[in-house]
Ligand binder design. Structure first.
Ligand code: PSU
Ligand code: MN
Length: 313
């Protein structure tokens, strides 16, 4: 990476033709992340899923803006060729809050995590973002101090993030305690309990429950009017027909965690390692569930984006 500018301009950003058209027409927009493509799912299902998620957003009346940094430019929406190129890059960085500015400034390539996608969405004027599961407090964080920057981003950046909760590889009770401490609204969609990523329910009661996108949109807008920084986490359960029961996954997660520890996997590598091991240990079932929950989140996010549009017209 070489530094290209002696005088830096504003954030180098480009809108895909589809996103530019949506902005011109006032079509609701839903941001999508790209770390799930480069670090979260194996090829070729990663690219197939990225396309399916965009199509799902479209089928529900909104336009998808997949975020990524390519050659130092923030792409808000990827063309089909750009998506293929991103998935084919060998040395694509996993960009979180800490890395995004450096990657843009030095002309690098990177995929955006939840935290970086929220920052990118705000810069691009997009209010709603759909993903699989947010990062959170890792098990054993009392020793490793591994807590995802996603949690702090939710406390600071005004984006409504639709996810199937935090990923079940994490310490879920600690993750939700931290979100409460940070003042992040956690809204379970259509049920009283918090979902657990691959599983629809858990024994944790959700702090808030809403059953319609309009309420979630109204809460988003009202938070802004109050001047309270930060976003919201919508915890949208995986459809029951697609779930893997928590008790079935528990030993698999423990085995993957044990392997990560034995191999000294740390920091940014932990989540991709665990997802990959769980994929292998479940013979691909974890990925099928992951795809289903992302599609489900894309649908709900499109509805919320439309309602925010209605409320702020
Ligand atoms: N959702 C998925 N799969 C993923 C992720 C989300 O279904 O791989 C990614 C997101 O980019 C999230 C990241 O921000 O995992 C969390 O990484 P970490 O634990 O290192 O913060
Ligand atoms: Mn981490």
């Amino acid at each position: 990476m070489t530094q290209r500018h002696t005088q830096l301009g504003p954030v180098p950003m480009t809108f895909s033709p589809e996103v530019a058209e949506a902005r011109a027409n006032g079509t609701p927009l839903v941001a999508l992340e790209s770390t799930i493509i480069t670090h979260g799912m194996p090829f070729p299902q990663n690219v197939e899923t990225a396309r399916k998620v965009e199509a799902e957003v479209r089928a529900h009346g909104a336009t998808a803006a997949t975020m990524a940094v390519m050659d130092g430019v923030l792409h808000v929406g990827l063309t089909s060729d750009q998506l293929d190129r991103l998935a084919g890059l060998d040395d694509v960085a996993k960009l979180s809050r800490a890395d995004l500015a450096a990657c843009l400034a030095l002309g690098g390539n990177g995929a955006t995590t939840v935290a970086a996608t929220m920052i990118a969405a705000r810069v691009a004027g997009i209010k709603v973002f759909a993903t699989g599961g947010i990062g959170g407090v890792h098990r054993g964080a009392e020793h490793s101090f591994d807590i995802s920057a996603d949690l702090h981003e939710l406390a600071q950046t005004p984006i409504t993030v639709v996810a199937a909760g935090a990923k079940a590889i994490l310490d879920l009770p600690k993750t939700y305690e931290v979100l409460e401490t940070l003042g992040v609204p956690v809204i379970a969609f259509g049920q009283d309990s918090l979902p657990a990523f691959w599983s629809a329910t858990s024994d944790m009661k959700a702090p808030l429950r809403m059953d319609h996108p309009r309420g979630i949109a109204a809460a988003h807008v009202m938070r802004g009017r109050l001047g309270v920084p930060g976003g919201q986490l919508v915890a949208n359960p995986i459809p029951v027909r697609n779930q893997i029961p928590a008790e079935e996954l528990a030993p698999v997660i423990l085995q993957a965690l044990g392997e990560a520890e034995a191999q000294g996997i740390a920091s940014k590598a932990v989540t991709p390692f665990l997802l990959d091991r769980i994929f292998t240990l479940t013979e691909g079932r974890s990925l099928i569930a992951n795809v289903a929950l992302v599609l489900n989140n894309a649908r709900l996010a499109a509805g919320i984006a439309a309602e925010i549009g209605n409320l702020t017209k």
